[in-house]
Design a protein around this ligand. Structure first.
Ligand SMILES: [Zn+2]
Length: 202
């Protein structure tokens, strides 16, 4: 996952420059099927001149898994009402109106969310949330209508933040011999005492 930095202009409609101290990652869907990360980033930037509405996000994840940073994480973005004061907003592109993210998009989203959690010490289990969890809006649509897909996604982020440790084994050894016969002798002796030894070659 590579982040392309394309900061939008400072302006009252999408990047007022207000400082925040983020404590959550808030996930959205763009709600505009087929639009690209670049389209959405440029829309936010053009609000500086169109004045059409107040909306933006810190990041947009695109249809090919591309990631654009639009606003620095320590500045407010306009994505989730009251959540803007504490949230890093991530908008995510989707091919159709179901709002389901493609596999490559979801992978990049998981990597981005995990990267933020690692850098900022966030707990993926409670600090990665949906827009829905802030305001009840059906956003991101697929994760609201398929709560199990949301749980799977969060588990994926958690696994990236805390990779499982390889299983360790602790072996008990009573000897090591150059001559196989001596090893067999030791086996017989242990067997006579009720143990169940095996010989392993290295
Ligand atoms: Zn949203």
């Amino acid at each position: 996952m590579e982040i392309r930095e394309q900061l939008i202009r400072i302006n009252p409609y999408s990047r007022p420059g207000t400082k925040i101290r983020p404590t959550k990652v808030i996930v959205h869907y763009v709600g505009n099927p087929g639009s690209t990360a670049q389209n959405n980033r440029d829309y936010f930037d053009n609000l500086a001149t169109t004045h059409a509405t107040y909306v933006s996000a810190h990041y947009v994840v695109g249809l090919q898994g591309e990631v654009i940073r639009c606003i620095p994480e320590e500045e407010i973005s306009y994505g989730a009402s009251q959540g803007n004061k504490y949230g890093i907003n991530i908008e995510v592109c989707h091919p159709d109106k179901t709002g389901k993210f493609s596999a490559v998009t979801e992978e990049a989203l998981a990597e981005l969310a995990a990267d933020i959690c690692k850098r900022r010490g966030f707990d993926p289990g409670k600090d990665v949330i949906r827009h829905y969890d802030v305001t009840g809006k059906k956003c991101p649509l697929w994760y609201v209508e398929h709560p199990e897909a949301w749980l799977t996604f969060r588990e994926r982020v958690r696994a990236l933040v805390n990779p499982p440790q390889p299983d360790k084994l602790y072996r008990v050894q009573v000897g090591a011999y150059r001559d196989r016969k001596n090893a067999e002798k030791q086996v017989q002796e242990l067997k006579s005492k009720g143990y169940n030894p095996i010989v392993k070659e290295e």
